[in-house]
Ligand binder design. Sequence first.
Ligand code: SF4
Length: 448
Amino acid sequence: MARKYLIETFGCQMNVHDSERMAGLLEQAGYEATDEAADADVLVINTCSVRERAEEKLYTRLGELRQMAADTGRDPVVAVAGCVAQQEGGSLLARSPGVADVIVGTQAMRRLPMLVERAAGERRPLIDLDPYEDVTWPLGVTRRSDPVKAYVTIIEGCNEFCSFCVVPYTRGHERMRPKADILAEAREAAESGRVEVQLLGQIVNHYEAPDDPSCDFTGLLEAVHEIPGIERIRFASPHPRHFSSGFLAAMQRLPKVCRHLHLPVQSGSTRVLGGMRRRYTRESYLELVGRIRASLPDVALSTDMIVGFPGETDRDFEETLSLAEAVRFHSMFSFKYSPRPNTLADKRLADDVDEAEKTRRIVALQAAQRGIQSELNEGLIGREVEVLVDAASRRRDTEVSGRTGQNVVVNLPGPADWMGRMVRVRIQRAGPHSVWGTVPLDKASVGA
Ligand code: SF4
């Protein structure tokens, strides 16, 4: 009987995609997927350390696995992968003794099958945090979890060293993937029926092809745009510091590129942005937003915000609120600051905004943002929008959902076999996080 594996993933799209890659590697080595931890011979926890709470989830999960082993006698090989593995290394074993068998760093995941085999044989923990410079990836190995969308990595690591961010320490320095490798993977995704490609990197608009000196991110978008079968292209995330006019012009003329930009701002205060080492100001960010909207009037913007960064005053926070109200983001990921190991902010700045005040600020920011999202979504009522159906309801087999080009989630009645199709939907109802609509009777066959 084939041995089974389960991968549990915490964190960002990059981690979701790393899990797809690790799943493919394990399947190549003869393992089969299972959804049950109790059935798994190998259990991989792909971790995130970008926030303290995400990191705590790992230790909670390791405690549950220890309990499972005590209750049922099931004792799978447990591999901890991802950013916490890279950051904590051997000290993770000391904090949770007797549970993890393999600690595999972010650049060492290609060696996962070999590590779990050895750990199973030797029954002693193995740690592999070695860097791996080669960012090519063999075709056909990734086991994609989404039938509609394909993640394609274009850049690994980051050189920006924002003072709060752990990524340059956990994912290493910036490495560009060859254009030929990216295009081959995008073509393969299209041939396997995926209609949307999401290009991933910490700063996608920094891309320069190592195998084609004339190709920057704009050139890459143009090349992906040529691939038959791909109907939508998304990317995450561009950095506000690296916007070229050529890139905006390309977004204007390439219809497959979705009218959505995730543009992390992190704070509305120039003083706080300086402490964060973001290398732009409130004013230059707002100027960029103006430039983007002049080129792409229908673009939706989303962002990331941190509240309670060291030294953030009431006035700084008011500037964050006023920036959110000025830009009117379609969505926002907002977090309370927590110091992350090794970062400049952790080493040099006191975490001096107390927890209650951080909570007050995040509650105020999220309430303001909910109001903005509700208003923007209510503006869609009565309009027809084009939706790529990407999910079927688990509870009712007559409901599906999808996203507009602007990344608004749309719920609608429809059969599960609409997955992967474009449908035109008339919006009837709106909430802060999604909208509801129906396909007009005369359009029911659109996209078929
Ligand atoms: S740009 Fe800044 S926030 Fe983004 S991954 Fe790099 S260091 Fe982290």
